[in-house]
Each structure stands twice: as C-alpha cells, then as structure tokens.
Design a protein around this ligand. Sequence first.
Ligand code: SF4
Length: 465
Amino acid sequence: MFIFEPVNDNLSVFLAKSEVKAHDLEHKRKLAFNIRKYAETVVKGKQQFNDLDLARRKAKNVKWKVMENLDKYLEQFEKNFTARGGKVIWAETAEDALEAVLQICKEKNTRQVVKAKSMVTEEIHLNAFLAKHGIDSVETDLGEYIQQLDGEAPYHIVTPAMHKSKEDVAKLFHEKLGVAPNLTPTELTQIARRNLREKYTTSEVGITGGNFLLADVGAVCVSENEGNGRLSTSFPKTQIAIVGIEKMLPSINDLPLFWPLLATYGTGQNVTVYNTIFTGGRQQGENDGPEEMYVVLLDNGRTNLLRKEVRESMYCIRCGSCLNACPVYKNIGGHAYGATYSGPIGSVITPHLKGMSEFKHLSYASSLCGNCTEVCPLKINIHEMLLENRHIAVEEGLNTFTENTTWKVWRQAMLSRTLINAAPAGIKAKVVNKLFKKSWVDSRSEIKFAPKTFNQLWKERSSGK
Ligand code: SF4
C-alpha cells in the first residue's frame, strides 16, 4: 500500500494493526484453519443449485430492481407492516436509531435487553450506548457472546470469533466466568446456554437485526443457526428489529432464491437452520410472540452508496464470502480495518458510510486480484468499486500535493522512452527505492533495474550482437 496522504488517526491505526497482524503467524494459522473449513463446506453447498450462475444472475437482477426503486419498496414495506399493528421508525442516522431504541426501553422500563446477532447494532454501537444509560444488552449468539465476554467487536461479519481457537475460548471462559480451564467446545456451549436461558425470560425487550425485509408482506426475515434469535423474540414482550434499508427484497417469493444463496455462501449450508419471518406483534387469537414489534429502518449513510459508481455495493447480503477469499483480510484480520464492516466489501462501503477523507485508505487495502468479485453470490464488482473509490477521492480533491506531483512525474517518465533510458540503472534504483522506501522497500526488498534497458536489448538483438 503506497501512502501519500497525511496520516490521520484511522490510517495510523490501520497501519499499526496491519503491521502487527501480518507478522503474527499464530493469527494466520487460526484464520487459515477456520477459512479452510468454510471453503470445504461451501463447495458442497453449491451442489444444491442446478444452475448456480443463473441463480446468481437472477439474484443480482432482483437487487438491481430494488435499488432502482428503493423509495417505492420502503414505503410499500411500511404500509404492509403497519397494517398489522407493527411500528416503523425511520432512522436517518445512528443517533436517531439509538434514541428510538432508548425511548422504547424507557417506556418498557427495562434494565436488560437480549440481542440476536446483528452487524447493524454493531455499526451504531448499541451495546455501549445502552450501557451508558444503565441498560444491559446481552449478546445471545455464541460467537457474539464470546466476543462480548472478551470486550471485543466481531472479527468477521458472519463468524464473530473467527480468530479464536477452541483453546482461546476455553481460557476466556475460565478467566471471565471462573469455570474449569480446558473445557471442550460442547461443555463451553452448555455453559453459555445455561447463562443465557435465564436472560431470555427476564428481558422485557428483544433486539434483532434482519437479513431481509419483504416489501409485499411487510416482514423482517432473520436467519440463524442457534435458535437464539427465536428465543430473543419469543419471551420478551417487545421486539425491535434494526435493519439497514439495503436489506429490501420485493417479495416473499424471492426467499427461495436468497435463503439458499445466503446460507451456501455464508456457511456452506443448504439452508440456515432457523429462518423466521416476523410480520409484527401478536395478533388477536395468537398465543405466542411479542406483544409489540418495531422496525427501525436505518440509513446511516447508506443513501450515499446509491451514487452510480458504487450502487452495486447496496446489493450485498452480508454473506462474508468476499472476506474469506481476500488475501488482505487473511493477513491482517478483521479488527485492523477499524470499521464494523471489514474485508473487501467493508473497504468499499466504509468510506461512504463514515467519510471518504477518513477512510479512503481502505480502498487501497486490496491487491485488486478480483477474487472478491469472483466469489460474491451477487456478482458485485467489488474490486472495480475499490478503484471507483480511489477515483472519487481524487475527484473530491482528497489527494495530496505529493501524490499529485508523484503521479505527474511518473506519467511523464512512463510516456517518454528517452527519459526512461537517460538515467543509468543504478540511479533509477536509487530514486525509486528512496521514493518507495516506507511503502515497499522496508517491508519487502529493494527494487532492482536491469543493467540494460529494453531498447538497448532490442537494438542488440536486431543487429545480431
Ligand atoms: S459483497 Fe458479496 S461476497 Fe461480500 S459479503 Fe456482500 S454478498 Fe457476500
């Protein structure tokens, strides 16, 4: 990564953390182990599709239609969801969403909420906000529970504790919960389960995210493998689903396409174990489910992603596949990005969600190998959008004088054969190695130039020397 820009806080954190992780062999071993297991199962999951390419193209078309008509679908969703008594809250910013959740918690007079896995709640830092107001937000997904115990944010959008081995988790439980050290994964899961059961039954409010919103029936779909999402929404009297507006699908009839795609690309399953369609609070004559349900529709910068250069990033179903395929993610891990959404898709969307000048460096955290685009179930042109981001940053004048000058000189030199040939190899090596000392030489090796130029070699060859 060539650094031309002044080092802001986010960039320096990114560089420092990347440096540490890239040299941490144990970290690489754990990630490689978990990603290898994932890669093996995905191959099997893909076999369920008769024509996988067609399925991916169809899904992309559906999402294209949604993003071209997002305003219409959002209104349709609201109309249908509220028709059954559900309440919709439009949150333009993270603060709007947080305030809305707090108001509901205050009305219900609750000091504790249970929460199913949700990246959107990570994005708005819901747990920390509620804690500040004296409300305990308990993570119920096992991976999130582990991360919460450790005081860490999720490492991956699908597998929050991907960087931890079973031994790491046993040690953590021993230190934080005082249980015996070296417990097996089954024993650890039973402990988490025992601790969480009581939380479900004593919480007034249950919070989830949403994998999909359905415009035609006005529903929120939640996919999960542990049943904690259902428990978090069955016992508490009030359910709040906080969902990004990009999660919209036109119809319930799109689920037979999107559920298997999400499951296969996310975890290699044919379909996720628990898929629930929430259509609102308990209706007359129904015996279970929450009495009230709210959906918080979150923008928080998403409408910035509707600009044509990066609009495809709104098609993302957060399967995590591009993270697992990315050589950069595999080397530096999830926390180095300094953002909720890491990996290739995180590098595309974060500068638009959180500020181009603060996060434009993420667009360079890529080898541009295109593997992310290759593995994306929605065929999102991720690596091209990383280039678009770089272009947008230049258009917005966020590049520095040094960067502009460097590229000008580089361009001049590259366009002039005479100029390239003029300097001897030793001088060229000196200049280039000095210029790229920090960004290349220090972490790799010196760049060497051939003693003879291409022109010289060509002339010699032509004259038969
Ligand atoms: S960009 Fe594609 S591969 Fe990456 S998380 Fe989104 S849907 Fe999955």
